[in-house]
Design a protein around this ligand. Structure first.
Ligand code: OSB
Ligand code: MG
Length: 370
């Protein structure tokens, strides 16, 4: 499959809710929508980073520049047999996993379309729907949190993940636990604690959480291993895992017992499958994370989450929770906590051209034969 041309569009989508985490408040999502053209087909992907490097280091400005001036030109016009061949060309550029992931994922979509097969089948997925939960931001009060968790559970979501930060943790968690004694509850600290908070983490054991996600530094595994030895609740790594090698090292030293796998964060779909397989070799589960994706990124994640070890409910909840209008024609909606996998070729969804054009703040078009 030869990539004949590529298009980049920076869009902004207003979020339906104010999403507060330990690293800030988000009210809109900025995405780069990447389209690859070849053999009369189109492959799509979305980037996961934001303008500001609050989650990991990458930024939209950096991604745009690398895609336009380095990564896309390095693959444009080349006849590539498969995604492995594309990865071989772009992997020598260091880091920038989110940026490389966007190009790799768009190529997977294009390539699967040339095979006329859905991504999940080509990947070796084993399910036609995936279990999902909700991720709730830091709410204005404990009462509001209890109510929102309740609404999510009533809708059938299989777990509720609560964002925490120092000062917004044990008291809130024990209240939510008291209200829902049997619910699957988890928390995500987005790296806002240190080992000095060990007594807070010990107190959290009483909330019977399924796991504590990324309590310590975004680039740490050693302190996570120390913390894991001190508490009974499992740790789950998100920010710290940006490659299959990171996953192997983290599991080898016992930095956690669960991995939040986000294809965007680890460099794409091939890397996701490797992280998945490494985790499987340790007999540990993974789950599909989320980065407030639009329909293109959400669909890609749903396909990847059909791999066998994605047994825990992920963050890929209904698109209508996030957007008044999504950027794809299909409604990605879960029912009773299960999200169906789109069945068309590739990622199986159709971008809304006119709507995306309307939202576009900046665009670039690159062609192999200018
Ligand atoms: O840490 O998992 C995270 C959103 C943006 C950046 C990081 C994270 C998140 C979420 C939201 O938790 C997950 C979602 O609902 O898409
Ligand atoms: Mg997280």
């Amino acid at each position: 499959m030869k990539i004949e041309a590529a298009e980049l569009r920076l869009i902004s989508l207003p979020l339906k809710f104010r999403f507060e985490t330990s690293f800030g408040v988000q009210t809109e999502r900025h995405l780069v929508v990447l389209t690859l053209y070849g053999e009369g087909l189109e492959g799509y992907a979305e980037t996961v980073m934001e303008h500001s490097p609050h989650y990991r280091e990458e930024t939209i400005a950096g991604a745009w520049d690398l895609l336009e001036h380095l990564l896309i030109p390095s693959v444009l016009g080349k006849d590539l047999p498969n995604p492995e061949a594309l990865w071989e060309i772009i992997s020598p550029y260091r880091g920038n996993k989110m940026t490389k992931a966007a190009l790799e994922m768009a190529y997977w979509d294009l390539w699967c379309k040339s095979l006329n097969a859905p991504l999940w089948k080509v990947l070796g997925g084993v399910r036609s729907e995936i279990p999902v939960g909700i991720s709730l931001g830091i709410e204005p009060s404990i009462e509001a949190t209890v109510e929102k968790v309740g609404r999510g559970l009533e809708l059938g979501y299989k777990r509720a993940k609560l964002k925490i930060k120092p000062g917004w943790d044990v008291k809130m968690l024990l209240s939510v636990r008291e209200a829902y004694p049997e619910a699957n509850l988890t928390v995500d600290a987005n790296s806002s604690y240190t080992l000095n908070h060990i007594s807070t983490f010990r107190a959290m054991d009483a909330a019977r959480l399924d796991y504590i996600e990324q309590p310590l530094a975004f680039d740490d595994i050693l302190d996570h291993a120390k913390l894991q030895r001190e508490i009974s609740t499992s740790l789950c790594l998100d920010e710290s895992i940006t490659s299959p090698e990171d996953a192997r090292k983290a599991l080898e030293i016992g930095a956690g017992r669960v991995i939040n796998l986000k294809p965007g964060r680890v460099g794409g779909i091939l890397a996701s499958r490797k992280v998945h397989d490494i985790t499987q070799s340790y007999g540990l589960p993974v789950w599909m994370g989320g980065m407030l994706e639009g329909g293109i990124g959400r669909a890609t994640n749903i396909h990847v989450a059909t791999l066998p070890m994605f047994v825990k409910p992920g963050d890929t909840s209904s698109a209508s929770r996030y957007w008044d209008e999504d950027i794809i024609e299909e409604a990605l909606e879960s029912k009773d906590g299960m999200m169906p996998v789109p069945q068309g070729p590739g990622i199986g969804v159709t971008p809304k051209r006119d709507f995306i054009t309307q939202l576009t703040q900046k665009s670039a078009y690159l062609s192999a034969n200018p």
